[in-house]
Write a protein that binds this ligand. Structure first.
Ligand code: HAM
Length: 470
């Protein structure tokens, strides 16, 4: 007997039973996350929480307040702010058109443009200047995913808007450095690279010289650089292609074309860094990939170290963990008054990879008590006991489903709790609860009315004995 496919009405091939075909037809589609975007699982969320917690501590100290702009902005904000010819805007934007008004919006590829817009829109120029802000959240760039490069990643962003003094550049650098050190990175494991790319007055002269130089080598440079020569000449100095390296070394550098104001500004930045003993390396090829920068630009790198056979510490690889600089014209471009600004952003996933590589384990506090309940009456009572413990700020682990006593105790064991509280129907009726020390197996029956005070006493004793052991 032949079977026929219901939609195509074709006979189903020999050897295929109807059951098999139906099964294949209804096989469940397993959805996967989009390329370059990942789920942040609980084991990683603790790292994000830890980084934000350290950021709050350090940046509040330096006078920064948290603010969060929306993730979606008008595309124009980024074309005007970050620059139409930058790789981020030209090739990497996630854009969408709204159904009702047909507006073109974009997922933010970075924070600075949104913060600058918010500064103008919310009249922050009337506040005490500089306005110092930090933010923490996801940004989106449609880049080629690879190690340390994602399409959705988190940035921890810092901005100081409304003050042009070079000392503010140093303050932002100091805050960034203090934050990185608070994560356990030693000064010796950090590299600060710094440069000045001039301003709207001196940069055109520099770009002219750069174009003239590279035009002479047009045929010898890579195709990307040939393109950059037309659209974004500064980025020629960013090229990683082997072929272009010799030309990079011989290229004119912005530092030699700075106007007196930019030269004076940069001189003071370096002098203040020197006076504070902040190590840095002058990198004449550091240009950054966003158009809004003026004057000082800088990047922080984390150095991975290892000991060689003789036990001498060697550098393995470096990872760009943060980048920033001055952007004195952006507030004006967004319709505000002349408000110079400076900021930096950290790549949070890169910080996490540094923490993991340092084998820094971030452990979230685990409950030390497990509440076991057996039967309907005990299950209901367990909910009210949980609430009472919550009011006392004591976390209880539990398994409120219908699991057996054995299964619940196994779970308690897996969680390494110190105590299990066991509640059955009889205990509820008698107003009692069993307290089991999971390490010794010793059990005692205690009145429900005193369970919180008994647990508090035992946890206090555990804390003192573990403290004295240390
Ligand atoms: P940025 O250099 O484009 O600067 O990004 C800052 C940091 O984000 C980088 O140093 C890197 O650690 C991380 N990062 C960049 N792209 C990726 C990616 N695809 N995957 C993972 N991490 C990445 C800015 O965004 C500027 N808005 C910084 C700034 C603030 N300038 C002034 N104020």
């Amino acid at each position: 007997m032949a079977f026929y496919n219901r939609t195509t009405n074709r006979a189903i091939g020999r050897g295929k039973t109807k059951k098999k075909v139906e099964k294949r037809k209804y096989r469940r589609k397993v959805f996967q996350s989009i390329r370059g975007m990942r789920d942040i699982l609980p084991s990683d969320c603790v790292y994000y929480d830890y980084i934000l917690q350290q950021a709050k501590k350090i940046f509040n100290f330096y006078g920064f307040k948290r603010m969060e702009p929306p993730i979606l902005e008008r595309l124009e904000l980024f074309t005007k702010g970050v620059g139409v010819n930058t790789e981020i805007v030209e090739k990497e934007m996630y854009t969408l058109k709204t159904k009702d008004e047909g507006e073109i919006l974009a997922l933010r590829p970075e924070y600075t443009a949104g913060i600058a817009r918010a500064y103008v829109e919310n009249g922050m120029s009337n506040l005490v200047q500089p306005v110092k802000l930090y933010s923490f959240g996801p940004v989106f760039r449609h880049e080629k995913p690879q190690a340390g490069r994602f399409r959705q990643f988190y940035q921890l962003n810092l901005e100081a808007i409304g003050e042009g003094d070079p000392v503010i550049d140093v303050e932002v650098i100091l805050a960034a450095k203090a934050f990185l050190e608070s994560l356990g990175l030693k000064s010796s494991q950090l590299r600060l690279k710094i440069n000045s790319i001039g301003c709207s007055i001196c940069r055109p002269g520099y770009i002219k010289a750069l174009k003239k130089y590279y035009s002479k080598h047009l045929k010898e440079i890579c195709t990307l650089c040939q393109e950059r020569l037309k659209t974004n000449p500064l980025r020629l100095l960013d090229c990683k292609n082997e072929k272009c390296q010799p030309f990079k070394e011989e290229a004119p550098f912005s530092l030699d074309y700075l106007c007196p104001d930019c030269r004076e500004h940069f001189k003071k930045v370096l002098e203040v860094l020197d006076s504070l003993d902040v190590p840095y390396a002058l990198d004449k090829t550091l240009v950054r990939g966003l158009d809004y920068y003026t004057k000082t630009v800088f990047e922080f790198f984390a150095v991975e170290e290892y000991k060689n056979e003789e036990g001498i510490i060697q550098e393995k690889k470096t990872l760009a963990v943060a980048g920033g600089g001055r952007y004195d014209d952006l507030i004006k471009i967004f319709g505000g008054s002349e408000k110079p600004a400076v900021g930096v952003a950290f790549g949070v996933e890169r910080l996490i990879s540094v923490l993991k590589q340092k084998e820094k384990k971030i452990i979230s506090p685990q409950p030390l008590v497990f509440l076991v309940q057996i039967g309907d009456t005990a299950q209901r009572k367990a909910l009210s006991i949980l609430e009472e413990f919550r009011h006392e700020n004591i976390a209880l682990a539990e398994n409120l489903g219908k699991s057996s006593l054995r299964a619940q105790l196994q779970n308690a064991d897996k969680l390494n709790v110190h105590y299990a509280l066991i509640l059955g129907q009889k205990e509820v009726i008698d107003g009692m609860i069993i307290l089991r020390d999971m390490r010794s197996g010793v059990q005692e029956l205690i009145p429900l009315t005193s369970v919180i005070s008994v647990i508090k006493k035992y946890l206090r004793q555990d804390a003192t004995s573990s403290h004295s052991k240390k």
